[in-house]
Ligand binder design. Structure first.
Ligand SMILES: Nc1ncnc2c1ncn2[C@@H]1O[C@H](COP(=O)(O)OP(=O)(O)OP(=O)(O)O)[C@@H](O)[C@H]1O
Length: 931
């Protein structure tokens, strides 16, 4: 190790890595010259550097060669270090052999530390700070750092910032903001120690850095002691942060971070020698304690196999040095000793610790972050690349003009016997033209390939969508037990949820899409081949041209051409990446939609079953009840919905916060045109824990009321009134007793011309325009309290069946409600550009789209209706006003598609409803506060 280092020191190359990525601490030793005081004290020189051997010999001042009794007890010691410098060594020499070796790796993103260690007055501050005329390691390192950064100009961008602190009496003080309060150390999740609140100043020039350094040093605590007139009473830590990235931007880029610590420790001191008293003695005690902790860490770390526990927590110094000693850092320790015999003990201690430190290994790794850009940032990168391309193009044109002028001038000077040169120049120009064409061909081929890929992605997406429609239709057919025994009226109501025509269309589309896919795959193969050929042609031509272009100008031009080409290619690649990501997001949106609908279904089933349990006072096992409480909490706190919304917003928000993929919103817009009939009547109660208060604690003799369930619509013009009316509503609660109706009465009602009903099962009854669901409920539904006795607990099969029906119908409404919530939340950012067409979005629901003129809708002017089921009925403002019934919900577990009647059904492109089923209206709305 030592010899390798020695060679490197000579060559000025960075420190070598061990094969495992480990790095031994580099230990250097500096023996300072004798001070005047020491000479006056009559001290002898006892610390010697043995020439070239990087060995220090420390002689025992008490040794007496004539004393036979002490002959075997000599305290003379020999120490080997990586670098040894003695009194003659210049500051630059010490710097070049130590800190300078770290610079290149710091610029590559490795952390590094240089720290000066030794007894008081041994020369640490002299090495680290130096004097104004002869600066030390700190200044020289920073100076060279900026020189190196300048060398990388045009290739890399660096940002240098620095902070400077001192640890004085175990208190941390910001030397760049000395008047601020003491700072605390914090450890982040990765175990990295940070100083909270430490100021970090960005420095652009070495001059700025030096000014900050001087400012910090002026603030540092320094007091004269008996041992040293300029004794530093604190540990000073200079931290330089270097952030680096390549200038040429790409869709992914590496950002490298490195921390360079330069530390001037306070010196250990013996009270007897320093003769410090009072404040100085206290400082000394603190200094010694932290240095003792450092010594313990060095001892533990240098143990063979390093199995011993390393206690960094004993002092702030060791906590800050944690990474430098045992973590991710290339570290250089410069041990300082006085050569004087009067300091034998201190020197021996220092050398012993330095000797142990040689065995410490740190594990270093480069601090690199791969930055993968969000789509929004791609736009900026593409813009940057375009600017660069434009710049290069201008440079190229300028160079071409200059070259042409120069060539013309040369031509005119050429005599007949220089025809050869003329020919050579002409040929050069021709080659240049060829290479431009070859590059163009390559870019065109890549673009064509991108077009095909994009087409293929669209085709695949469409295939998935159509397959989903078919699959859904098929599984509904198989799973719907009702299909086999439905009545003629029911037929229309419970038929498969996706219309046959939609499925047929999906199948037909699939066939066409498959053909298209095969065609595109073929085209892709051909295009790929073309692209590869264009690529190799261009490469070959470039080699040929490079050989032929001999002048500097020609080469420069060639270089610019190549750069220009690379930028154009990069732009195309970025576009390809954007296409791929957009496609991925489109698929995710689809999945999200399906999940949200499924969740709505589950919510509804749970809610309805819960209500049944309560209404019929069914016994529920304790663990099931606990699970329900858990579920309620999730819903109450809105966690699940929040996650869903967050995700939806994230995936649909693109450049400049605008949505790039409005798939969900698109679907919702279509879907809610129909769904709004049921959901706009209600809004979310601000008291989201209402269900909790209500459901579990409902008195046994009380059933859920409308008051409990519904809150009048906010956008209803009577909303305000309805709030005021709430007390009135309280006085006449409406009970739900959906299950009291027998089948015959239901069928009878179903056959009637009813337009409005309260729920799928119970309220399929005719009502007049002025009749509200409230009044109907009141008039026709028997109170459940009385009824509960008529429903024995063992009649569960019937109940289950009824629940399923209600749940399924409600689920569909609920799904729509969820979408509406999602879309409302995304409304501000949602873009209107459809990536998936309205037709596509609608067909996911098995609906047909017939473009119609938007019709203005008016709600029936009945405040009671408006309050409680506002959009159940609407009148169009067309010449022949017609009542438009709302969509019936389906007694099936299908949660994705609404029932369609192929010839009659349509979705308007306006905001109104069109002709819909003439079936009685089922309007089960489960208010949000109940989830
Ligand atoms: N290599 C050197 N050449 C010339 N003078 C030196 C050298 N090293 C140290 N000195 C001088 O020795 C004295 C003590 O040095 P310095 O203050 O750097 O010691 P220190 O180890 O930092 O002490 P403390 O721990 O008490 O702060 C100073 O006057 C300094 O100028």
């Amino acid at each position: 190790m030592t010899s390798v280092l020695k060679d490197n020191v000579m060559a000025g190359t960075p420190l070598p890595l061990l094969p495992t990525g480990e790095q031994q601490i580099m230990v250097a030793c500096r023996i300072r010259p004798m001070t005047e005081e020491e000479i006056l004290q009559g001290a002898n020189v006892i610390a010697h550097k043995v020439a070239d051997d990087n060995m220090v010999v420390l002689l025992d001042p008490e040794e007496d060669h004539d004393d036979i009794l002490r002959a075997n007890r000599s305290r003379e010691r020999k120490y080997m270090f990586d670098v040894v410098s003695d009194a003659r060594a210049e500051q630059q020499e010490v710097y070049a052999a130590t800190a300078k070796l770290l610079l290149s790796s710091v610029l590559e993103g490795y952390n590094a530390t240089v720290f000066a260690y030794g007894a008081t007055g041994a020369g640490k501050t002299y090495t680290m700070l130096g004097t104004e005329n002869n600066p030390g390691v700190m200044y020289r390192t920073l100076d060279d750092l900026f020189v190196e950064i300048k060398n990388y100009q045009g290739q890399r961008e660096y940002q240098v910032s620095m902070s400077y602190l001192e640890i004085y009496n175990e208190l941390i003080r910001d030397l760049l903001a000395p008047s601020s309060a003491f700072l605390e150390l914090r450890e982040d999740a990765k175990g990295t120690i940070q100083v909270a609140g430490l100021s970090e100043v960005i420095a652009k020039t070495p001059r700025e850095v030096m000014e900050m350094l001087h400012k910090g040093n002026r603030a540092r605590t320094q007091e004269p002691t008996k041992a040293n007139k300029t004794s530093s009473r604190s540990h000073a830590v200079l931290q330089v942060n270097i952030k680096q990235r390549d200038v040429t931007r790409s869709h992914t880029e590496q950002v490298r971070f490195a921390k360079l610590y330069m530390i001037d420790l306070a010196g250990s001191e013996r009270a007897a020698q320093t003769q410090n008293t009072g404040k100085r003695m206290m400082e000394g005690a603190h200094i010694n304690r932290s240095l003792l902790a450092l010594g313990n860490c060095i001892n533990a770390l240098s143990e063979k196999g390093n199995t011993k526990y390393v206690n960094y927590r004993d002092s702030k110094l060791t906590r800050i040095l944690k990474d430098s000693l045992g973590g991710n850092s290339r570290t250089v320790m410069i041990a300082h000793v006085s050569p004087a015999s009067v300091h034998f003990e201190e020197s021996r201690n220092t050398l012993n610790y330095a000797d142990r430190a040689k065995y410490i290994k740190t594990k270093i790794r480069r601090n690199v972050i791969d930055v993968s850009y969000h789509i929004a940032q791609y736009q900026q990168i593409i813009k940057d690349l375009r600017n660069q391309t434009q710049l290069l193009r201008e440079q190229k044109e300028d160079l071409e003009t200059r070259l042409l002028t120069a060539n013309e001038a040369r031509f005119s000077r050429l005599s007949d016997n220089t025809t050869n040169e003329r020919y050579r120049i002409e040929e050069g120009l021709k080659l240049k033209e060829n290479i431009v064409q070859a590059y163009r061909k390559q870019i065109d081929a890549r673009r064509a390939l991108l077009d095909i890929d994009s087409g293929l992605m669209d085709v695949k997406h469409e295939c998935v969508r159509n397959e989903a429609i078919i699959e859904h239709h098929d599984s509904n057919k198989e799973n719907s037990p009702r299909n086999s025994k439905k009545t003629s009226d029911d037929n229309t109501a419970v038929d498969s949820t996706i219309s046959d025509s939609s499925v047929q269309r999906a199948r037909a589309e699939l066939r066409v899409l498959e053909q298209e896919r095969v065609k595109l795959e073929k085209q892709r193969k051909v295009q790929l081949k073309d692209f590869e050929t264009a690529k190799s042609d261009a490469r070959r031509l470039l080699e040929k041209v490079t050989k032929k272009m001999t002048s500097v100008e020609q080469r420069e031009l060639l270089n610019l051409l190549s750069q220009n080409f690379e930028h154009e290619m990069k732009t195309v690649e970025l576009q390809a990446e954007i296409f791929a990501r957009e496609h991925m997001i489109k698929n995710k949106d689809l999945q999200l939609l399906r999940l949200s609908q499924h969740k709505s279904l589950c919510d509804t089933i749970i809610y309805q079953q819960r209500r049944l349990i309560q209404e019929h006072q069914l016994l529920v096992p304790g663990d099931l009840d606990e699970l329900y409480q858990l579920y309620s909490r999730d819903i109450d706190e809105g966690l699940l919905l929040h996650d869903l919304k967050t995700h939806a917003v994230r995936t649909t928000t693109g450049a400049n916060g605008k949505s790039t993929l409005p798939f969900l919103s698109q679907i919702a817009e279509e879907d809610l045109t129909s769904a709004s009939t049921s959901v706009t009547s209600f809004h979310l109660s601000s008291n989201n824990s209402r269900r909790n208060q209500l459901a579990p604690s409902l008195p046994a003799n009380r059933t859920l009321s409308d008051q409990d369930l519904f809150t009048p619509v906010r956008n209803d013009k009577n909303h305000h009134d309805s709030k005021q009316d709430s007390s009135a509503a309280k006085t006449k609660p409406i009970s739900y007793s959906h299950f009291n109706f027998d089948q015959s009465s239901r069928q009878q009602l179903t056959k009637g011309n009813s337009l409005v009903s309260m729920s799928s099962e119970s309220v399929d009854m005719p009502v007049t325009k002025n009749e509200t669901s409230f009044t109907r409920s009141k008039n026709h539904l028997a109170p459940p309290a009385n009824d509960s006795s008529n429903h024995p607990v063992n009649n569960r099969t019937k109940l289950r069946k009824q629940t399923q029906d209600i749940a399924a119908k409600a689920a569909q409404r609920r799904a729509n409600l969820h979408h509406r919530e999602l879309m409302e939340d995304m409304g501000t950012t949602a873009s209107r550009d459809p990536i998936v067409s309205k037709e596509n979005a609608a067909s996911i629901y098995g609906l047909e789209i017939t473009p119609v003129k938007p019709k203005k809708t008016v709600t029936i002017n009945d405040s009671a209706v408006n309050r409680n089921r506002t959009n159940d009925l609407r009148r169009t403002n067309s010449d022949s006003p017609e009542l438009i019934p709302i969509e019936p919900t389906l007694p099936t577990t299908n949660y994705r598609a609404t029932k369609t009647q192929p010839k009659k059904r349509s979705i308007s492109h306006g905001s109104t409803l069109n002709n819909r089923s003439t079936l009685p209206i089922a309007n089960v709305v489960v208010p949000r506060e109940h989830f």
